[in-house]
Ligand binder design. Sequence first.
Ligand SMILES: [Zn+2]
Length: 492
Amino acid sequence: MAKSGDKKESKSSSEGITFSKSKDFSEWYPQVIQKAELADYSPVKGFMVIRPNAYYIWQKIQDYFNERLKVLNVRNAYFPLLIPESFFKRESEHAHGFQPEVAWIANKNGDENGEGERLAIRPTSETIMYDSYSKWLRSYRDLPLRINQWANIIRWETKTTRLFLRTREFLWQEGHCVYETKEECDKETLNYLQEYARLCKELLALPVLMGMKSEKEKFAGAFYTTTIESIMPDGKSLQCGTSHNLGQGFAKSFGIKPLGRNGGLILPWQNSWGFSTRLIGALVMTHSDDKGLVLPPRVAYNKVVIVPIYNDESKSEVLKAAKKINGDLKDFDSFLDDRESYSPGWKYNEWELKGIPLRIEIGPKDFKNKSVVAVKRNTGEKLTIKISDLKRQVPKILEDIHNELFSSAEKSMNARLKKNDNSKEVIKLVGEGFTVLTNVCGGKDCEDEIRAKAEGLKVLMYPLDQPKSMSAKKCTFCNQQARHSAYVGRSY
Ligand SMILES: [Zn+2]
């Protein structure tokens, strides 16, 4: 993964961020990731090490989502990492879609004599899970079945890999449910997508667009795919989660045929839905700045850092007050940086780089006024707060930070959206970093042509919010009858 930028990197490894978010976005991003100690490159190409600072974010995502799963009656389970080759062949579209990305175990076979079939490392778990489902689901009374798995996945990417955004191994959750009817399946497929949007907003302060993938872009083997995407500051769309109605194809291929209400066997409906550690990449890109990482408070390991400022004379009383404040703010995972060998200014830079949402400075003068200065990481705004009022004020400020991050991200995302129905202008706007709402026919050939018009140009999604009628609308690109309002642009 060594890149040409590495040289610059090593020269400044002890300093802060040297790239500008607005000017050198593609170099700024990995620098923030590495300097904030979120992740590191691995000796194996395309893999990454997730460091504690980022793993904590993932744990908060898991905690949040596990609570939601409980409410939604979804149980967690775990299925094997290795999948027999024959399972892949059962659903041909699925097999075809994943074939180029599957990593095979070269020298181990399925049975102990070494004569069995080849084994794949899971690129997704539909096939291995549905083999079990076919044994478990005996009757309509067993439905709906709702299972989620937290796991790692391997997809042998050939495109350039990027920390959190595109790596050959990543962590994710994959939910797999089975229903008696299409209606239930449709309803819950959309419901899981809405849960994802909710997680993005409530936990990560991340605004998303919700939509449907085109026929060409849908999940391999799915009836249809719904998606949430967020527009990154460089104008590219980042897919943050997908929920697929799988139809009845997998049930047919895997022999999931429980007994129906009328005595005969039924073919149930299925969905699968997932998000991954990619969300961490989205969070970094959206909120961080030229000083480093900006973390929404709900996923910050330390929400507050306390930096004491003193001279020899004032040292003991300032430290005493700082310790007291640290104790008062324990509920916010506060942290007292009382290291002697670093200046306050050095500490400010370090915690700004690492993204701690709120810094509390306490010096002799503040101490005399029985107050502190609180500095918000997201805006740099300074607030003078009475020490006695801290416990009451800090949760409010953290809440404000979350809301400010969300509205600022939403504003910046909306500024990247345009509406246009002229093919040339659409292409020009996408080239300038916009995502454009326009009308398309939905034909696969037309979509291929759209892709050929400019590098990276594609149909991103049909927003869930569609006009009542498309009858008077023409496809922007081929002039045939339009069938969908669609976002087109570039994506990660
Ligand atoms: Zn068309």
